[in-house]
Design a protein around this ligand. Sequence first.
Ligand code: SF4
Length: 310
Amino acid sequence: MGNINIFPSYKCNLDCLFCAGGGKEGSKDIRDLTTCEIIKKLDDVVDSNSMVAFSGGEPTLRADLTYLIQYASDKGATILLTTNATKLSDFNLASELVDAGVDIFSITLRGHNAKFHDYLTQTKGSFDRTFAAFKNLSCLRDNYGYRFAIHLKILVSKPTVKYMPQIIELVSREFPKPYAIELTGLAFVGNARGNMDEIAIKLTDAVPYVRKTIDAGKQHGQTMRVMDIPPCILKDPSYFKYYKPWDNPQHYDDVDEEYTSVNIEYEEPELIKGPQCRECIKYNECTGVTYSYAKIFGFDELKPIINQNE
Ligand code: SF4
């Protein structure tokens, strides 16, 4: 038994420039699994030690999402729901999902104001709806005794990097405190691949902004976390403690090794390290970069760390 990523719907109600799926269109090549097919996957893989991650597309577009979450939660699994949260601006849906057993809501905030956010999502009103969702979830967490975490995700992209500290300012000023703010590297598949010129940035060029954003978070007492941007690119050892990958780093070796995660739809690995990584003291705690990033930018930026104070 193990962990599983479920993609209940490949369609979305937003059309983000950096969507790893097909945005509003969804994926033309992959059909959505039926309720019974998903239940069968859950029965095959999930027990009380499992993490079940629901993402997409946008999972809240599925009418049976509450049922599926309840089913997985009843097996004792930890439930992660990755969502753009626009539909959780409806308090009833937000509380239904909380009741069904979501343990972690992972919500991406694209920009530091409505105009910029809605430009990146290509959907007018999306900022206001995500903002309302955040308030609903915070209300359920803080006033009704529910125990779930809200992770706020910021994607590190070319248009976003210089505004990331301002997103921290906004969150710290306007939103009730999230459990963690995560800075995440991009995967260049789906819409993101088509919009490469507009959104792709070398992680080495993004890192000064990443460090500035962490500093802004620290100043406001936020819990900061970095994923998919490895320690060797973060460079300064005082920032290494913020690097906390989701998955087991042992799953992500070099290009030729078999992918052992239980992602049921993708044949390619999601994350990858370079052959030189075997010399690095961080090898066992690092998941490397996204596979699609490595396909575009290669492994040259990955410089093995030989001693901790380097
Ligand atoms: S050299 Fe490889 S293992 Fe070391 S920090 Fe960089 S990506 Fe991770």
